[in-house]
Design a binder for this molecule. Structure first.
Ligand SMILES: Nc1ncnc2c1ncn2[C@@H]1O[C@H](COP(=O)(O)OP(=O)(O)OP(=O)(O)O)[C@@H](O)[C@H]1O
Ligand SMILES: [Mg+2]
Length: 373
């Protein structure tokens, strides 16, 4: 059983404050993905958990037992923490074959040779690199080396697996295969996983929880679909989702207990129960931003009740889906439809949408103030 708790962690490199009062709990068996742009502190978080770096403030607990207490300068060494780390740069042993690289951890544990062979071959098979077992790392491509590193980390079935962008060097097809392998491995082994990526598709498809970081600050921890559906701020909304979410300027005011909003998408009244409790002006009108995902907008050729007249700017059919850019007065929106649709430029259409799915943000603070429901 492996639960990890990070409490008030601060990490500085010189004067660079890289992790800022980080509080994060990873439950036993969780697949937690750390997601954020380059330089936001994802690798540093893994290094702090694994013991390769010591934080200046805060504490870390593993299954309730303190393994780091910065105030008392207590840091349990990496070897005492039952975890395996796959580095962003794979760090294979250059003088060992693929087989030896993967087998090494089991040999240290004095596992019988026949058992080692079985387990190593199984791990290599899963990573689709069994045919390279007698090669040296220098004879492999980056993506092949990366998969050896993953095989080496999973073969000892550690209680905790830390994976730092393990699929970054793979082509699109292999990346999908490997996502499935890692996901299945997680389910089979019941290992607690902390997974680092800046690829939000990877985060959404593989994790049980996603932790979003910006500049060393943890801004949201939620199930993947909750982060997608109700990002806590404009910044998170903008970061998650491809193609990106549409933002529409609006004016909002409290009215009859709920929120009245006017914008190029129309006028809406949102029920009080759908408001987040985030702060916004309690009297008078204020600027807001409406957020609506491209797949939530449905273009129609004839008007429906509540639909909004718009013009096609350009459409981009792409086989499985069609992206359409739409103009409503001064607002440009992106619409995503399944399948192939054809539109003429400047064609008049009517946009249909479920107002419940609209996110509303306070423009000034950037905070989500109305949930998509
Ligand atoms: N050993 C180090 N010495 C000094 N600064 C460092 C060191 N390692 C990381 N940093 C700095 O700490 C910050 C966070 O780095 P980190 O490697 O954690 O980012 P990351 O989120 O993993 O980014 P990426 O997606 O590019 O891998 C960056 O500003 C980086 O320059
Ligand atoms: Mg990194």
């Amino acid at each position: 059983m492996s639960k990890i708790e990070l409490k008030d962690i601060d990490k500085f490199y010189g004067s660079n404050h890289v992790l800022k009062k980080l509080n994060l709990t990873i439950e036993d068996g969780e697949f937690m993905t750390l997601l954020g742009p380059s330089g936001c502190g994802k690798t540093t978080t893994l290094r702090v958990v694994s013991g390769l770096e010591s934080p200046q403030n805060g504490a870390i607990f593993l299954d309730g037992e303190e393994i780091v207490n910065a105030r008392e300068l207590f840091y349990e060494p990496p070897s005492k923490r039952d975890l395996n780390l796959v580095f962003q740069s794979y760090a294979l042993w250059p003088h060992m074959t693929v087989f030896k690289n993967v087998a090494f951890g089991l040999q240290i544990k004095k596992v019988p040779a026949a058992e080692i062979k079985k387990r190593v071959e199984n791990a290599l098979q899963r990573m689709q690199i069994l045919q390279f077992k007698d090669r040296y790392p220098s004879e492999l491509s980056g993506g092949q080396q990366q998969r050896v590193a993953i095989a080496r980390a999973i073969v000892t079935t550690p209680k905790i697996l830390l994976l730092d962008e393990p699929l970054s060097n793979l082509d699109a097809k292999l990346r999908i295969d490997m996502r499935s392998e890692i996901k299945r491995l997680h389910q089979e082994m019941g290992t607690t996983v902390i997974y680092v990526t800046h690829d939000q598709i990877e985060a959404l498809t593989m994790s049980t929880k996603v932790a979003v970081f910006f500049e060393g600050v943890l801004v949201q921890v939620d199930a993947p679909m909750d982060v997608y559906k109700n990002p806590v701020s404009l910044k998170v909304a903008d970061f998650i989702g491809n193609p990106r979410i549409n933002f529409v300027e609006g004016r909002a005011a409290l009215e009859g207990g709920g929120l009245a909003v006017k914008s190029d998408l129309g006028a809406f009244h949102f029920d009080k129960k759908d408001l987040t409790g985030g702060e916004f002006p309690q009297s008078g009108e204020f600027d807001c931003i409406l957020g609506l995902r491209p797949e939530q907008l449905n273009p129609r050729t004839a008007p429906l009740s509540g639909s909004v007249e718009a013009q096609v700017y350009a459409s981009q059919p792409a086989g499985s889906e069609t992206l359409v850019q739409i103009q409503i007065r001064d607002t440009r929106l992106l619409v995503k439809e399944l399948g192939v649709s054809h539109y003429e430029s400047d064609q008049k259409i009517y946009l249909d949408m479920d107002p419940g799915m609209i996110n509303v943000f306070d423009k000034q603070s950037g905070r989500l103030i109305k949930y998509a429901v």
